[in-house]
Ligand binder design. Structure first.
Ligand code: DON
Length: 317
């Protein structure tokens, strides 16, 4: 396998557009693999033959290929941003309400919750994301508006919006999330009205963004917590390091080990087919292809990230 650059210092020698072009050709030959998420009826309508990839370099350059400007439902990728906001608001006390360990179980699993007394294993499983959503609701006025403004600022795109049809579709079909939220509430680990927590959670999942927006939106995690678009410190350098570590161990659920093995970057997936990833000190990136593998991660997105780290040498390992 080609390994062009042994470390990020050699980045200038890489032809990133050429690498993206090669990945795009390889991925398009595999169109059709994977299954589009159909448990949220609105998401089932998205065509499978799409692939986009964008790299947002810390020097401001953007490299993109394929359908990188087509918007999609960001779904669980939103959990990165609500974790950031919850950690900023609650500090280390957050970890008394949600753990930071891998789960080894699917994103929508309830099985550990009773054994572990309503403390979710990590903030990226649905159970943990409901807790971080609750913390955000407790600490910010008009949390939905705040999150939308936050995403517009992080991406530098004032057009970022929410797909109310997807949010409604999820509200109408989210029986498991309803059960989970009530179960967590029974342990007093949700402090707001259960329906309010669920509504905020559905709203965050229904944000629509494209690969370029999302690659820019995770740049702060590559740059010691600093947002390139606004210059703001979104979190501290320590905060960025911590969030990246949680992405590495839990961002792709029960495939996190496989992602570490084949990709080797902190990453967060969503059932809309997007995956964001971070090359610390170098770039934020995003891939999108709607066909999912059996763990709910984009099948061709995972392949593209694997090829990318092997062709560039940019795995953190
Ligand atoms: O809770 C749900 O079912 C979705 N809104 C989010 C799930 C998701 O994206 C999981 N990630 N792969």
């Amino acid at each position: 396998m080609r390994k062009l650059a042994p470390n990020p210092d050699d980045l200038g020698r890489l032809d990133l557009d050429d690498i993206l072009g090669t990945i795009n050709e390889e991925v398009r030959r595999r169109f059709g693999e994977g299954e589009v998420a159909d448990y949220i009826p609105k998401l089932a309508e998205v065509p499978k033959d799409r692939f986009g990839m964008a790299l947002a370099m810390l020097d401001g350059r953007v490299h993109e290929v394929g359908d990188a400007r087509e918007r999609f439902s960001i779904q669980s990728i939103s959990k990165v941003y609500t974790l950031t906001l919850a950690l900023e608001a609650a500090g280390d006390a957050l970890w008394t309400r949600v753990d930071r360990e891998p789960s080894g179980d699917p994103y929508n699993s309830l099985i550990q919750l009773e054994l572990e007394k309503g403390i979710p294993r990590n903030p990226f499983m649905n159970a943990g994301a409901l807790v971080t959503a609750d913390v955000v609701l407790s600490n910010y006025d008009d949390a939905e508006r705040m999150l939308l403004d936050f995403m517009r600022a992080r991406s530098g795109n004032p057009e970022v919006g929410t797909d109310d049809v997807v949010a409604k579709s999820e509200r109408e079909s989210g029986y498991r999330n309803v059960a989970m939220a009530n179960f967590i509430r029974s342990y007093d680990n949700l402090h707001n009205d259960v329906q309010d927590v669920l509504d905020f959670y559905y709203q965050q999942c229904a944000l629509r963004m494209d690969c370029v927006d999302l690659a820019r939106s995770v740049q702060y995690l590559a740059d010691g917590g600093r947002c390139r678009a606004t210059g703001e410190a979104v979190t501290t350098a320590e905060g960025a390091t911590r969030i990246n570590s949680v992405m590495m161990i839990a961002g792709t659920y029960d495939a996190a080990g496989d992602f570490a093995y084949h990709v080797g970057l902190p990453a967060k997936s969503g059932v809309g087919g997007g995956i964001v990833a971070v090359v610390p000190r170098v770039m934020g990136l995003c891939v999108w292809s709607p066909g999912l593998d059996e763990k709910g991660n984009s099948l061709l997105g995972r392949y593209a990230l694997h090829r990318f780290t092997r062709m560039t040498g940019l795995s953190v390992f």
